[in-house]
Design a binder for this molecule. Structure first.
Ligand SMILES: Cc1cc2nc3c(=O)[nH]c(=O)nc-3n(C[C@H](O)[C@H](O)[C@H](O)COP(=O)(O)OP(=O)(O)OC[C@H]3O[C@@H](n4cnc5c(N)ncnc54)[C@H](O)[C@@H]3O)c2cc1C
Length: 315
């Protein structure tokens, strides 16, 4: 039997993510890939990212800054990453903008122990949220692989209780079997949640494997969250889903200020402008920094056409 498009996409994603994790491939691409990565990454410094926000704001699109970097296993880099994010928030404020940042807690020491015995990821993320709140800003806790979900949601709960849902949000991944239950379990916080399909290579024991099932789970998560009266960040480039969410909101009397569309920097910029022109809040997730490889390889894994883009660039 011929494989379906959905099976092909799934297989492609698995192969691409495992090839990207190969140390030899990583070495070659890390050396030669920066020029190519700039399609998805705004630059190496906070000032590059601020320029990108200003360019997008002129088109009615807001920004969400992400200092690139993932898992670190000692406190020094975790604390250094935290200081860089704090400095970025100060610079964004100084540039006359309201800070909106995303953080990966594995880069801030999640799972390590701080001097006071608490989780270092919690201690550092708390500092980031406190700083953003000082300027009326917002921090989103990105969701990483499934082994981190429990800890991320626990830390999220603590931070919402301390700083309020106007200043901190997190992410649920539609591919995880647990996400519908997780969404319900957070309802008491009136949480600001970003819904994504999920970007990591996860086994069938914890995650849906077919695109059709993931798309259906994605719609359910967004619709349930909106019906519960909560703020939803609809983070996808899938225009079928985006148009369905618009229709769902109209049909159920959900106001435009109860949700926003979030897309990644450099992807479907036409769609980003179209949505902004139609009066929807649109936010572009703008990565910056030197540690771009993990982020870049997940973008390549999402779309077979992106491999041709890399190969053409390398050759
Ligand atoms: C703002 C934002 C934040 C995110 N945060 C997280 C997070 O915290 N944790 C996490 O696990 N994942 C996160 N993701 C990634 C997400 O899980 C998906 O891997 C990613 O969004 C691709 O899925 P999709 O919903 O766009 O739909 P897909 O079904 O993958 O794609 C639908 C269509 O979108 C376009 N498209 C999708 N990806 C690309 C691409 N790379 N290049 C060009 N076109 C593309 C194509 O036209 C494609 O046909 C985030 C995504 C966004 C947009």
């Amino acid at each position: 039997m011929e494989p379906t498009m959905s099976q092909f996409e799934q297989l492609y994603r698995q192969v691409a993510l495992s090839v990207a994790g190969n140390p030899v491939v990583e070495k070659v691409l890390s050396k030669q890939g920066w020029a190519l990565a700039q399609r998805f990454v705004s630059g190496e410094t906070a000032q590059d990212a601020i320029k990108a926000i200003k360019r997008l704001e002129a088109q009615g699109i807001s920004g969400n800054l992400d200092l690139l970097g993932e898992f670190v296993n000692t406190p020094e880099p975790a604390n250094a990453n935290t200081e860089m994010i704090l400095a970025t928030i100060d610079q964004v404020h100084a540039a006359g903008l309201t800070p909106y940042n995303s953080v990966k807690m594995s880069a801030l020491g999640q799972g390590q122990t701080a001097p006071d015995g608490q989780d270092l990821g919690y201690v550092n993320t708390r500092r980031v949220v406190e700083r953003a709140k000082r300027y009326g800003g917002f921090v989103n806790l990105d969701m990483e692989d499934h082994t981190r979900v429990d800890s991320t949601l626990q830390i999220f709960r603590r931070l919402v209780k301390e700083f309020g849902h106007q200043h901190v949000g997190t992410v649920l991944q539609a591919y995880l079997h647990r996400s519908e239950d997780d969404r319900r379990s957070l309802d008491d916080l009136r949480p600001n949640l970003r819904m994504v399909k999920g970007a990591y290579l996860e086994p069938a024991s914890v995650a849906l494997q077919s695109k059709t099932d993931i798309d259906a789970a994605y719609r359910r998560l967004v619709y349930e969250h909106l019906k519960a009266g909560n703020y939803c960040n609809v983070a996808t480039h899938d225009h079928h889903i985006i148009y369905d969410v618009m229709h769902f909101a109209l049909a159920h009397g959900i106001p435009k200020d109860q949700f926003e569309f979030q897309l990644l920097y450099g992807i479907r910029e036409d769609l980003q402008r179209e949505l902004a022109e139609a009066g929807y809040t649109v936010r572009s997730y703008i990565p910056f920094g030197k540690d771009w490889y993990g982020y870049y390889s997940r973008r390549i894994a999402e779309r077979p056409q992106n491999v041709m883009f890399v190969l053409r660039g390398l050759l």
